[in-house]
Write a protein that binds this ligand. Sequence first.
Ligand code: AMP
Length: 227
Amino acid sequence: MGPPVQLMAMALSLRARCVFLGGPGAGKGTQARRVAGAASLVHISTGDMLRQEIATGTALGAKAKPFMDLGKLVPDEILIGMVNERIQKPDAKSAWILDGFPRTLPQAEALDRSLSVANALSHVIYFAVPEQVLFGRLTGRRTCSKCGAIWHVETNPTRKPNVCDVCGGATVQRADDHPDKIAKRLEEYRTLTAPLLTYYRERKVLREIDANRSPDVIYQELLKLMQ
Ligand code: AMP
């Protein structure tokens, strides 16, 4: 038997600088929240950061919104500047999980340039899920408007409809989780993000996880992969 899950999670906390890669709905956010919570890593979700910019009415949010509303990727220069700034903050000096970034080759190259050799990426985890499964996950996904917990109407429902089990907040369907937007997001993934698999495979940092399984099974395997 291997070491207990809690010990494996704690062992990650000092040195992990990870990218979670995969299509929309692959489970990156769910797992990043869980690993980050257990291992005291900083969870940096670019989608959450952009939604926050929009919610607080910033200039960056205003620039990003039209792209997000169409299910398209936001331009690289916006994302690169935002992430560079975020990973310079004191809490992110050594260990973090990037969830949703990079999503294009120019973003991946910019990330490499901004990390010193001593500070290079330790893991890139690819969450492999067939596209038709992603579609079903996204249409049924609900997100807590208060704490960000992620639910699914069929596979992971809240006890009370539309009420988050964790904090009691209202669960909502993200605007871009509507079927018409999902097709565009999957196309953006296929054409712009999937080439990153080759980029990281060539750099020998890519680890693949079969993410078409239950969140608990994926979590256990993820901690082992990240050791
Ligand atoms: P997510 O919550 O990760 O699914 O991201 C939601 C939306 O935010 C995406 O569909 C994009 O419009 C935008 N977005 C998030 N991360 C990136 C990124 N790295 N590059 C470009 N757009 C992004």
